[in-house]
Design a protein around this ligand. Sequence first.
Ligand SMILES: Nc1nc2c(c(=O)[nH]1)N[C@H]1C(S)=C(S)[C@@H](COP(=O)(O)O)O[C@H]1N2
Ligand SMILES: [Mo]
Length: 175
Amino acid sequence: MKNIVCLLLLYVFGIEVLAQAKASDTPAFPSVTEVQVEGLVEKPLSISVASLKKRKVVEGKNYTIVSSKGEVKRTIGSYKGVLLKDLLNEAKITMANSKERGKYYVLISATDGYEVLFSWNELYNNKTGDSVYVLFEENSKEIVEDGPFVLICTADTITGPRHVRWVKSIKVAKL
Ligand SMILES: Nc1nc2c(c(=O)[nH]1)N[C@H]1C(S)=C(S)[C@@H](COP(=O)(O)O)O[C@H]1N2
Ligand SMILES: [Mo]
């Protein structure tokens, strides 16, 4: 009798597990509803897609993802996002000693563990800073498979490595 109950339980749970696996087909990694701006900032932010839309939205066209082998992986026809620097300025980076600016960096982390960084000088002392966006829309649609937040740096030569899918946090830190 006990064995039959066990088999029944296994059967029911088996179906449950299969059903959940199917439901999570997209996105491929756990998605977040808000992206965190944190670390060495005065005012940490937790930002949803809706609240990103209320900020200064930038629209762009034809962003090409180039892999480290130099191959064009795909082109995003149009996108909408907010400049990373605008979010950092809103959160206000705390820097007691300006001589340490060269030690500051911004770490972008994704839910799959992927991480990339931008140095403070790269963002605030170079044109690159005007080309780093947190996207919430690709081709006039919310980003489902790779999102809801994607970070891009259009100034990069090989854009793939700093194209970050499933962005979960943006952390200001210091060496
Ligand atoms: N979260 C996350 N983003 C990522 C990666 C990753 O492994 N995880 N790989 C990067 C690399 S190396 C490349 S080339 C591009 C590939 O983009 P695509 O597969 O969306 O065309 O995604 C980038 N973004
Ligand atoms: Mo890549």
